[in-house]
Design a binder for this molecule. Structure first.
Ligand SMILES: *[C@@H]1O[C@H](CO)[C@@H](O)[C@H](O)[C@H]1NC(C)=O
Ligand SMILES: *[C@@H]1O[C@H](CO)[C@@H](O)[C@H](O)[C@H]1NC(C)=O
Ligand SMILES: *[C@@H]1O[C@H](CO)[C@@H](O)[C@H](O)[C@H]1NC(C)=O
Length: 618
C-alpha cells in the first residue's frame, strides 16, 4: 500500500471527527454503517428502504450505547443526528429526504422506550436471571441457529411493548432489546457481521479490511501532534480522491440501474404472449360473469372460469373496488409477473383494464386454468379421496421449487406474502402451481390477510410480519411451513381443540416433535405411505420452516435441497412458549387428537439441548 494512501485513510478518520460543526454535534457515529453491503438486494420500494433506515439507526444507537451507556442522543442534537444520517445516506447514492419520506419526526431519534435512557435504568427494570440468560444466549457468533437462541432469549426482557407506548415508529421497547443485546450481551458488538444480521437484519460486507486499517492508523497517529501540514496536503488529495470516488460511484449506480432496467424490459418484451383483452372479450368468455362460472372467492374478488375464443379454458380473477388511478402501476406489475415463468408457477395469459357504464372500473387478470383445483380443496374439501403420500411429496417439492424461483430466480425478487393451501393449484398431473404471486399489493384495504388481526387468526402469516411488518423471503418460508404441515397432517393451520379453543398447527406439531413423536403429525389413512425416515424428515422440515424465529428458518433454496437430497434437516432450535395456548393445552390436545400408532418408529431424538451451540448449518 502506498504511503499517500495510508494518509488518506487516516484523514477519513480525522474528518469524520471534525466534519459536523453544527451547534449541538450529534454523538452518534454513523460511520459504522459504511460497511453495509451493497449486495443486500436494493429494493426500490420506499417502505422497505425506510425499514432498512430504521434498522440502520438501531445499529448506530447500539454502537452509541456500547460506548457511552446511553441509549439515546440528547434531544438538542436530534436535528444534527438526522442531518448526519441523511449525509451518510446520500453518499450511498440515494436521493430522498429520510424524515419526510419515511414520516419520522425529528425528536423521535432522541426518544425511546418508556423514557429509559441509560444502561443502568434498563438493567434495573430486568431481573438478573433474564439479563444473564441473554448474555449466555447471545455471547457467541450469531450466525444461523445461535441467532435464534439469542433472539428467543430476548423475549424474557422487559419492558415489553404495550400498545401506544411506541415513540412514533422510530423507537420502541422491542427495538431496545436488540439494541441492548448487541451492545452488551455479545462480545463482538453490534458492528460484527453476524450480530448485525441477526439482531438488526442488516448485511455487512465480508471484508473487515477498511475498518481494521482505520483503527490501527488512527491509533498510530493520534499520539503524534504537528501533523497540520500533512493534513493540509492530504486534505487536498483526499478531496480529489473523494471526487473521483464519487464520480465512480455515480457511474456504477447508473450502470447498475440501466442493467436492471434493461433486463426488466427484455423480459417484458420477451413475454409477447401476454394479451390485453377488451372487456367485451372477458364478458364473452365468462358468459357475462355468470354465477355458475364462479370457481373461487378471495380477498381480491371472485375468480371465474372462462373459455377463450380459441377454446382454451382459463381462470379470470376480477378485482373488487378498483379505480382507474393506478392502472399504469397495475399494467406494469402484470407485465413483470407475466415475465416470471416456471413450471411450478401459474402462468399469466393476459389482463384487462376498462371502465364500464354499469359496473365501474374493472381490473381482471387471466391465468391458465388448473382442472384439479387447489390443494385446500383436496385436503379439506368434501368426500375427496385422500391424496397419496407420493402425491403429497410431489406437491411439497414442486411448491418449494416455485417459491425458490420467486425468491432467487425472478428479477426482481418476488415475495408472495399470501402462501396458503388455496393458492397452490394442481394441474392434471398434480404438479403444483403457485398462484397469485406479486398481487398482494393490489388487494383492497381490509380484505388482505396482511392486517395484523386477520393475520394472527389466519395462522399462515409469519409472526414478525404480522407484528412488525417486517417482510422478508422468510415470511414466505413460514407460510410454506404451515402449508407443509397441513399437507402432512390433513389438519388446518388453525386447529380446533374443542369448541371454543384453537391452537396453531405449528405449535401442535412442535409439541409432538419435541416429545419425540414426529410421525404422529402425519395424517392417518394416507394411501401408499412412504418410508418412516422420509416422512419424518418432511415433518421436521415443516416444523423448522414454521419456526417463529426468522433466522431459524431455512431459505427456500435450502428447503429444495433438503427435500431433493439426502441432506438432513438441521437441528430445530427451541421455540418460545406459544402465546396462543398454554403448553398444557397443547399436551392435552396431543394426547387426545392423534392416537395413530406410527410413533413406534422414531429415529429422531427428542429435543434436549437448550443452548444449541454447535448446531450444524446447511
Ligand atoms: C411512520 O409513521 C408515519 C406516520 O406517523 C408514516 O407515514 C410512515 O410511513 C411510517 N414509517 C414507517 C417506516 O413505518
Ligand atoms: C416520557 O416523558 C414524557 C415527557 O417528558 C412524558 O409525557 C411521558 O409520560 C413519559 N412516559 C413514561 C412512560 O414515563
Ligand atoms: C462473552 O464471552 C467472552 C469470552 O468468551 C468473555 O470475555 C466476555 O466477558 C463475555 N461477555 C459477556 C457479556 O458475558
Amino acid at each position: 500500500m502506498s504511503r499517500s494512501h495510508l494518509f488518506i485513510i487516516t484523514l477519513l478518520g480525522f474528518c469524520s471527527l471534525c466534519s459536523s460543526q453544527s451547534p449541538t454535534k450529534c454523538p452518534l457515529d454513523f460511520n459504522v454503517l459504511r460497511r453495509l453491503a451493497e449486495g443486500s438486494r436494493p429494493s426500490d420500494k420506499v417502505a422497505d428502504q425506510c425499514l432498512l433506515i430504521l434498522q440502520g439507526l438501531r445499529l448506530v444507537q447500539s454502537d452509541y450505547l456500547r460506548r457511552t451507556n446511553k441509549f439515546l442522543p440528547p434531544l438538542s442534537s436530534a436535528e444534527s443526528c438526522w442531518k448526519d444520517y441523511q449525509g451518510n445516506f446520500d453518499q450511498l447514492g440515494n436521493s430522498f429526504d429520510i424524515r419526510s419520506t419515511c414520516g419520522f419526526e425529528t425528536q423521535w431519534i432522541a426518544e425511546g422506550c418508556q423514557n429509559i435512557t441509560t444502561r443502568e435504568e434498563y438493567e434495573s427494570r430486568n431481573s438478573r436471571n433474564a439479563l444473564n440468560g441473554v448474555s449466555q444466549a447471545c455471547n457467541q457468533s450469531l450466525n444461523g441457529a445461535p441467532c435464534a437462541t439469542c433472539t428467543t432469549s430476548l423475549s424474557a426482557l422487559l419492558p415489553s411493548d404495550v400498545k401506544g407506548e411506541k415513540v412514533g415508529n422510530v423507537s420502541d421497547c422491542t427495538a431496545f432489546k436488540s439494541i441492548y443485546a448487541a451492545a452488551f450481551a455479545n462480545s463482538y458488538g453490534p458492528t460484527d457481521r453476524g450480530t448485525a444480521e441477526c439482531l438488526f437484519a442488516l448485511t455487512f460486507d465480508r471484508s473487515n479490511k477498511d475498518e481494521s486499517r482505520r483503527k490501527i492508523l488512527i491509533g498510530v497517529f493520534s499520539g503524534i501532534g504537528g501533523l497540520i501540514i500533512v493534513v493540509g496536503v492530504c486534505g487536498f488529495l483526499w478531496f480529489r480522491k473523494k471526487k473521483i470516488e464519487r464520480a465512480k460511484r455515480k457511474e456504477e449506480i447508473t450502470k447498475k440501474w440501466t442493467e436492471l432496467n434493461s433486463s426488466a424490459l427484455d423480459s417484458i418484451s420477451g413475454s409477447t404472449t401476454l394479451i390485453k383483452f377488451s372487456f367485451d372479450e372477458i364478458q364473452e368468455a365468462t358468459k357475462n360473469f355468470s354465477r355458475l362460472n364462479i370457481i373461487g372467492k378471495g380477498g381480491y374478488g371472485n375468480v371465474y372460469k372462462g373459455v377463450l375464443p380459441d377454446g382454451t379454458e382459463v381462470a379470470l380473477k376480477r378485482f373488487k373496488n378498483c379505480s382507474a388511478a393506478g392502472d399504469a402501476d397495475f399494467s406494469h406489475e402484470v407485465e413483470v409477473i407475466a415475465s416470471v415463468r416456471h413450471v411450478n408457477l401459474v402462468a399469466l395469459r393476459g389482463y384487462c383494464t376498462a371502465t364500464t357504464n354499469f359496473e365501474g372500473h374493472q381490473r381482471i387478470i387471466v391465468c391458465e386454468l388448473m382442472k384439479n383445483g387447489s390443494l385446500h380443496d383436496h385436503l379439506f374439501g368434501s368426500d375427496e379421496k385422500k391424496l397419496s403420500w407420493p402425491l403429497r411429496q410431489k406437491i411439497a417439492l414442486g411448491t418449494a421449487r416455485g417459491l425458490a424461483y420467486l425468491h432467487y430466480g425472478a428479477q426482481p425478487t418476488i415475495i408472495h406474502r399470501d402462501i396458503k393451501g388455496s393458492n397452490i393449484l394442481l394441474d392434471d398431473d398434480f404438479e403444483p402451481k403457485v398462484a397469485d404471486f406479486g398481487l398482494a399489493k393490489f388487494a383492497p384495504e381490509g380484505a388482505t390477510h396482511v392486517s395484523t388481526r386477520v393475520a394472527g387468526t389466519m395462522g399462515y402469516v409469519a409472526p414478525e410480519y404480522a407484528l412488525y411488518g417486517q417482510l422478508t423471503e422468510r415470511s414466505d418460508v413460514y407460510s410454506f411451513g404451515i402449508v407443509l404441515l397441513e399437507l402432512l397432517s390433513g389438519k388446518k393451520a388453525l386447529l380446533e381443540i374443542d369448541e371454543d379453543q384453537h391452537t396453531l398447527v405449528a405449535d401442535w406439531a412442535w409439541a409432538l416433535v419435541r416429545t419425540g413423536r414426529p410421525l404422529d403429525v402425519v395424517e392417518e389413512g394416507i394411501p401408499e405411505l412412504g418410508p418412516p425416515d422420509v416422512m419424518e424428515k418432511y415433518v421436521l422440515l415443516a416444523v423448522l420452516c414454521s419456526h417463529p424465529q426468522l433466522y431459524a428458518r431455512p431459505t427456500m433454496d435450502q428447503v429444495v435441497k433438503i427435500l431433493d437430497s439426502d441432506l438432513p434437516v438441521p437441528m430445530i432450535p427451541e421455540r418460545p412458549i406459544p402465546i396462543t395456548a398454554a403448553i398444557d393445552d397443547i399436551e392435552k390436545s396431543v394426547s387426545t387428537m392423534n392416537s395413530g400408532n406410527l410413533s413406534t418408529y422414531s429415529g429422531y431424538q427428542p429435543y434436549i439441548d437448550n443452548s444449541a451451540p454447535n448446531t450444524p448449518r446447511l
